[in-house]
Design a protein around this ligand. Sequence first.
Ligand code: OSB
Ligand code: MG
Length: 369
Amino acid sequence: MRLEGVELRWLELPLRQPFRTSMGLELRRWILLLRVVTPDAEGWGECVALPDPGYSAEYLDGAADVIRRFLLPALAAHGDPEPADIAPVLARVRGHRMAKATVEMALLDAWLRTRNRSCATYLGGTRSYVAAGVSVGIMDTIPALLDAVAGYVDEGYQRIKLKIEPGWDVEPVLAVRERFGDDIVLQVDANAAYTLADADRLAVLDEFGLTMLEQPFAEEEIRDHAVLARRLSTPICLDESIVSARAATEAIDLGACAVVNIKPGRVGGLLESLRVHDVCVRAGIPAWCGGMIETGLGQAANLAVAALPGCTLPADIAPSSRYFDRDITEPIRMNAGYIAVPDGPGLGLTPLPEALAEATTGTEWIPLR
Ligand code: OSB
Ligand code: MG
């Protein structure tokens, strides 16, 4: 695939509701897009890094810097990469997986468009609809949380995920179970806010029939997750810790998780996501596709992952209206709790010029020849 150049594009999109997690409060989403231009097609990538290094070590301006200074020159030096070449060419840069995933997503989109193939079929997706889950931020009060959850249950989401942190864990879960009963599928996500010293507190969550407890401890604390997993009946899911297929294999082998959250950005791209998926299938571990409050572009890529046969649990994929007044693509829609996997060429969605222009705060063109 011949690369003419790429455009970096910065966006700012107000969030419809503030989103608070143990990492902080988000009122708007700053986004970096990468548009790659080839003679035959353009492709789009979305960087999922947040502005601050609170979820993982990566952050938005750092990702832009790595893309500009290290990833693009490596690609340009290689010449005409095919999808399978991208990760090996970028491997001389350590880490920076979200930055690498942005580049791979754009190149893969262009490559697939040239071949008139969809990303979901290319990866091996077997689902045309994906069960949608909602990730509910930390609220100021329990009544505010119950109101929010009531709205999501009415909208038809297939499962509810509550963000938790010390001081906001057992009480909100108890309140949601009391109000909505045992029929709703409920899980919690701590974004690494606890340590093994909190094991007694976390064990109380076993009373509530949660589908999973996601990432209680820090990214590198695999052994502590394994210790907790032996104490709790609630399945442990890892998000931040699963940075690669190799990391997934080791976490599963060590008994640190019984469920895996797959995020293309966190593992360095869609092809590595497929490898993580395959590790889970071989181990008999259910997987699901996580989210990072993406635009329709990022959600289109996530939908391709969520369509894989081993992604058997509801995804953190929600309609555009959950996040933004106006998405930059045709809006992602939910129908009775399900979202259609795009089946058009490439990602199947492209930015709408007017919506894109409205959200854009800056652009930079980088020629590659
Ligand atoms: O841990 O899954 C996470 C958002 C930003 C960073 C980390 C996470 C999240 C979410 C949002 O939970 C899920 C979504 O995109 O709806
Ligand atoms: Mg998570």
